[in-house]
Design a protein around this ligand. Structure first.
Ligand code: CP
Length: 320
């Protein structure tokens, strides 16, 4: 089969609808960029002269920082805008803010927003490339891509593996993007959580639903834990944090049910002692490797959206 050489859209809005060729192209390109972050001089000239804007309407540590570092390591000019210090706090609309930013001649705008569909809304109206950095309960595509990159790096493949995703599936954009991506790459996906946190008809995607966590992790190659969104406890979706931890928390004895070389993942931020024990998080997980890989994957995405083909990974030449 002929390898995919370019992304088909100017934007990256979700994993749903992406081809296997496009996912493989991003993962392969990320592999060529990973080494840049290990060098003394962590910079290549691939996006020199391009302008990248991080437009975040929700809090973030990993995604925002890694997009900023990714842009800088590609030699782009990278600016962060947070709503608390921008004119959004004075009532400016999302579209007016984005149009004003684009008027300063931007190339890539990265958007995180609490409304599902906000990045797609902007992508239709802007000429800059728009990247979805997490929108409402919809998708978090770059997280799923870095998760798939990490799994492929650790296990050597995605096809045929079994991934158990455990927690609040209903509200998780990370879960949704991973379900689409992992299933299209040929993995088996098990979803586990309280019945109130499993979306209706999710089995139509091809994922299997489990309410018993011991059964969900049995023989799994990957156990992916999700953050319990404590802010939603008022909605009465689960009886209490202690009960949740007992039924759906990953601890050492539960992990022993998974495959011998199973890897444990979490997108962060994690609630220690709730969905994951500190022992498992600190001694038996690839959580920090996921974060490291996030930079390479985001470099690859911005490079490809800017029309890059073969990755330029030679160090930047000294100016002047
Ligand atoms: N995984 C993730 O999206 O983390 P942040 O909210 O810190 O960006």
């Amino acid at each position: 089969m002929k390898a995919t050489m370019a992304l088909t859209s100017k934007d990256l809005l979700g994993i749903k609808g992406m081809s296997v060729g496009e996912i493989n192209l991003i993962l392969d390109t990320a592999a060529t960029f990973k080494d840049v972050s290990e060098r003394d001089i962590k910079k290549v000239p691939a996006l020199r002269g391009k302008t990248v804007i991080n437009l975040f309407y929700e809090a973030s540590t990993r995604t925002r920082t890694s997009f900023e570092l990714a842009g800088k390591r590609l030699s782009a000019d990278t600016i962060n805008i947070s709503t608390s210090t921008s004119s959004a706090s004075k009532g400016e609309t999302l579209l007016d803010t984005a149009r004003n930013i684009e008027a300063m001649k931007t190339d890539i705008i990265i958007v995180r927003h609490s409304c599902s569909g906000a990045p797609a809304f902007l992508a239709e109206r802007l000429t800059s490339s728009v990247i979805n950095a997490g929108d409402g309960f919809h998708e978090h595509p770059t997280q799923a891509l870095l998760d798939m990159f990490t799994i492929r790096e650790k296990l050597g493949r995605l096809e045929g593996i079994t991934v158990a995703i455990v927690g609040d599936i209903l509200h998780s954009r990370v879960a949704r993007s991973n379900i689409y991506g992992l299933l299209s790459m040929g993995a088996r996906v098990r979803l586990c959580g309280p019945a109130t946190m499993i979306p209706r008809e999710i089995e139509r995607t091809g994922a299997q639903v489990y309410l018993d966590m011991d059964k969900a992790v049995e023989g799994a190659d990957v156990v992916m834990m999700l953050r319990l969104q404590l802010e939603r406890q008022a909605a009465g979706l689960f009886p209490g944090v202690r009960e949740y931890a007992r039924l759906y928390g990953l601890n050492r004895s539960r992990l022993e049910r998974a495959g011998k070389s199973a890897i444990v993942m979490h997108p962060g931020p994690m609630n220690r002692g709730v969905e994951i024990s500190s022992d498992v998080a600190d001694h038996s997980s690839v959580i920090l490797e996921q974060v490291t890989n996030g930079v390479a994957v985001r470099m690859a995405i911005m490079f490809l959206l800017s029309g890059g083909g073969k990755a330029e990974t030679e160090p930047a030449k000294r100016e002047g």
